[in-house]
Write a protein that binds this ligand. Structure first.
Ligand code: PLP
Length: 373
């Protein structure tokens, strides 16, 4: 299989699995238990949190473990609303459903939500966020980079606009963690997910700036300083820390390699397939290429490529399968044909030039087949 869907998930690194193994086998104790077995697991959790804090540039006490990026986003939005004054929420129109659906949930409780559209390049303008802020705005979410287009967002400027008006700013860093530095200074809270950078699935982190007010989402035991109940997944915490360390250390080299592969791919596709268009502006993550093909249906193309051993997607894994049209490309104002025919290719550190060559060849034939020429 040629795997070009790294924005959906990544394979687990061998060294990450190795780091996790002791906590899946010998150190199986509950990290909250008082006996030696529990303490051994707790030690792993402690050092994982310390390691991630050092990599993120924050305090260990500012990191809270979750089940992934979706929970981190839900917790930030709902927890900030519950703990702070104000009835108005701002969410960018290109956010992951974790934020958009959470905002809709809050609308049912009487909150007002403003969904801010991007420009035609997929960028959320800080000025637009600034003018959406009202006296009763309690929360704002704008992601670090979009999962469908890879377009990087002006997080620092948005953070300044929110800080100036005392608005809780959540930055979804699920696509940028391990690729770009985590913007802990610019936001009130941020979230990331281990399985996007070669770590285990079902584990994520919510950073909450010291002093920020947030209510808990999951009630239960005293884990995560009483803010998130549930037995801590020690193996996943250790795996996430090992994966983040490896991603951060290898970022320069991997970003360069992946960008070169991606750029070579895009250049060939745009030159060799007439009626193909790259979606999103220049300032994108190195891995991502979202391309539309005139006269094609994106879902059909994904299916045809899959039959030939190439894994790509139409957009976010959550909307694919539901055959929903991309809310991201729609918000960018792209015509319906461009939206419906879009396919997302996301490269990873194990991809090769040869895989790029094969993919271009298969893609050319598949597009021709769908177009019936
Ligand atoms: N936010 C973004 C930008 C994502 O791309 C994803 C997953 O694709 C998520 C949140 C959800 O993360 P998780 O799969 O860990 O729940």
């Amino acid at each position: 299989m040629i795997y070009l869907d790294h924005a959906s998930t990544t394979p687990l690194d061998g060294e990450v699995l190795e780091a996790m193994m002791p906590y899946l086998k010998d150190n199986f104790g509950n990290p909250s238990s008082q006996h030696g077995a529990g303490r051994a697991a707790a030690l792993g959790v402690l050092s994982a949190r310390d390691k991630m804090a050092a990599l993120a540039g924050c305090k260990a006490e500012e990191l809270f473990f979750t089940s992934g990026g979706t929970e981190a986003g839900n917790w930030a939005l709902k927890g900030a609303c519950a703990a702070n004054r104000g009835r108005h929420i701002i969410v960018s129109a290109i956010e992951h459903p974790a934020l958009i659906e959470s905002a809709r949930d809050m609308q049912k409780f009487g909150y007002e939500a403003t969904f801010v559209n991007p420009d035609k390049n997929g960028v959320i303008r800080a000025e637009d966020i600034e003018s959406a802020i009202r006296a009763d705005t309690v929360f704002c979410a704008v992601m670090a980079a979009n999962n469908e287009t890879g377009v990087i967002q002006p997080v620092e400027k948005i953070g300044e606009a929110c800080a100036a008006r005392g608005v809780f700013y959540y930055c979804d860093c699920v696509q940028t963690a391990g690729v770009l530095p985590l913007p802990v200074k610019a936001c009130t809270a941020l979230g990331f997910s281990s399985h996007k950078f070669y770590g285990p699935k079902g584990f994520g982190v919510l950073y909450i700036k010291e002093g920020a007010r947030i209510a808990r989402l999951i009630s239960g035991g005293n884990q995560e300083r009483g803010l998130r109940g549930g037995t801590t997944n020690a193996a996943a915490a250790v795996g996430c820390a090992a994966a983040l360390e490896s991603a951060v250390k290898g970022a320069d080299e991997n970003n360069k390699k992946i960008k070169a592969l991606r750029d070579g791919f895009v250049e060939r596709v745009l030159a060799e397939i007439k009626g193909s268009y790259l979606n999103g502006g220049e300032n994108r993550l190195p891995a991502t290429a979202n391309i539309s093909f005139d006269g094609c249906d994106g879902e059909n193309l994904v299916f045809l490529l899959d039959l030939q051993g190439i894994a790509v997607s139409t957009g976010s894994a959550c909307s694919a399968g539901a055959a929903a049209k991309s809310h991201v490309l729609t918000a960018m104002g792209l015509p319906e044909g461009r939206v419906k025919s879009a396919v997302r290719f996301t490269f990873g550190k194990q991809n090769t030039e040869d895989e790029v060559r094969k993919t271009v060849a298969v893609l050319k034939k598949s597009v021709k087949k769908i177009r019936g020429c």
